[in-house]
Design a protein around this ligand. Structure first.
Ligand code: LLP
Length: 416
């Protein structure tokens, strides 16, 4: 993205200008480190690109829902996209305004619907007719008439990892595009719902703006058809999905370039645009620091055993995803090929396989890069491992925004 916040200065890996070696000593490992400046900069790249359009940027909370991250974005004026009552609670706890929240998600529970209605969220993105009926019922009970949109499934291939593609007809998301007009007709005059929007999200880690533009065409055609039958749509929510570079060799389109054609197409359309970026705001703005515990060699392989594991960062195990891994101190040692693995009792517990890396000895700290999105957010306590702390670096200062969990945290709420 636009700020290169992580990099070497005099062979020491830094966040902004702060050497991460000192930070790792003070905070301990494993630990997540975020550049507040990069998060803000990435958010601003979106708002700059869209400044001539009637728009709102709703940061997708699922990518990283830590209060210190959310409050940074609240201060920038961001709205939020949430998919659970818990995420809404987090936004409010971080000082965010529920009136700037869209509530998405395929399985909102009755209590989540009630909570969101009481908080007065900006809009519900409904994903099925039964869900819209459930929302209408609760709205009636509470004497409310929320703004809603339907999430449409456009049957478009986003060409990404199958687990994070969401816009094809076999996926669980949204209402089928072929049935959309009929469904809108059935809800247009509902006394308890105010039908104002169409929403869509075709997937995540998308490099090519082609499927995005195709989706926009499909959706604007639907909006035209709805207009002809007197169902005026004022709000278009196109979701998130812009890819980030996980490999040094990868190039991603800038936010400006990716959205260029989209903004051209929407100019003069008289529609309020919402985008829900997550990964592209926080992904490149975070690293996971981990210390080498042991080295081990088998007949077949060289292993670097580190103190972070799949419970801290599950992306490599779950999606076979690649994260660059670099030593905090670069010394030009010869490189080796090794598997970088954690302490968890599963063969699937790895951060990298067959990776070329500077020969790293026990005690050294490594940085797992581009870990700001879907890193901590997907962390668990598997193997009864306390989750790591999170640290925010801003203007060369760092602040712990989430403490390392303790053993007492591990058993909170349990009884014998
Ligand atoms: N809006 C909706 C409705 C979504 O489902 C998502 C992501 C986003 C926005 C944000 O998309 P982004 O800009 O972050 O691509 N755990 C996976 C990613 C799952 C994404 C789920 N939905 C990973 O680690 O790659």
């Amino acid at each position: 993205m636009s700020i290169q916040s992580f990099g070497y200065r005099d062979n020491v890996f830094c966040c902004n200008r702060t050497p991460l070696t000192d930070l790792a000593e003070k905070v301990g490992t494993p630990c997540y480190v975020y550049s507040g400046d990069a998060i803000v900069d990435n958010y601003r790249a979106y708002s700059r690109t869209l400044e001539n359009l009637d728009h709102e940027i709703h940061y997708s909370v699922k990518a990283n829902s830590t209060l210190g991250v959310l409050s940074l974005l609240t201060r920038e004026g961001a709205g939020f996209d949430v998919v659970s009552g818990g995420e809404l609670f987090r936004v409010i706890s971080s000082g965010g305004d529920p009136k700037k929240v869209v509530f998405s998600g395929v399985g909102k529970t009755p209590s989540e619907i009630e909570y969101a209605l009481k908080c007065g969220v900006k809009m519900f993105n409904c994903e099925s007719e039964p869900e819209a009926h459930a929302l209408a019922l609760t709205a009636q009970k509470l004497n409310k008439r929320p703004d809603i949109g339907f999430r449409v499934n456009p049957d478009i291939n986003a060409e990404t990892h199958p687990y994070i593609a969401t816009g094809m007809h076999e996926h669980k998301f949204g209402i089928p595009i072929r049935e959309a007009e009929q469904i809108y007709k059935r809800f247009a005059s509902n006394d308890h719902l105010n039908l104002v929007g169409v929403s869509c999200h075709i997937g995540s880690q998308i490099f090519d703006s082609g499927p995005f533009l195709e989706t926009l065409d499909t959706i604007t055609t639907l909006v035209e058809r709805l207009k002809k039958i007197d169902i005026p749509i004022s709000c278009l929510d196109l979701g998130g999905g812009l890819a980030v570079a996980y490999r040094d060799s990868e190039t991603t389109p800038s936010i400006e370039k990716f959205l260029g054609q989209l903004t051209e197409k929407l100019r003069g359309e008289n529609l309020h645009l919402i985008l829900e970026p997550g990964r592209s705001i926080v992904g490149p703005a975070g690293v996971l620091l981990t210390r080498v515990l042991y080295r081990k060699r088998s007949d077949a392989k060289e292993f670097i055993i580190v103190d972070a594991a799949m419970n801290d960062l599950i992306r490599p195990s779950l999606y076979d995803s690649y994260h660059e891994i670099v030593p905090l101190i670069r010394s030009g040692r010869p490189k080796i090929i090794a598997d970088i693995v954690g302490p968890i009792c599963e063969t699937g517990d790895f951060l990298a396989r067959r990776r070329e890396i500077e020969d790293s000895k026990p005690g050294e700290v490594l940085a797992v890069c581009t870990a700001g999105a879907y890193g901590f957010a997907l962390a668990s306590n598997y193997n009864a491992r306390p989750r790591p702390p999170e640290v925010l670096v801003q203007n060369s200062n760092f602040k712990i925004i989430r403490e390392r969990e303790s053993y007492a945290d591990l058993i909170r709420g349990e009884s014998l």
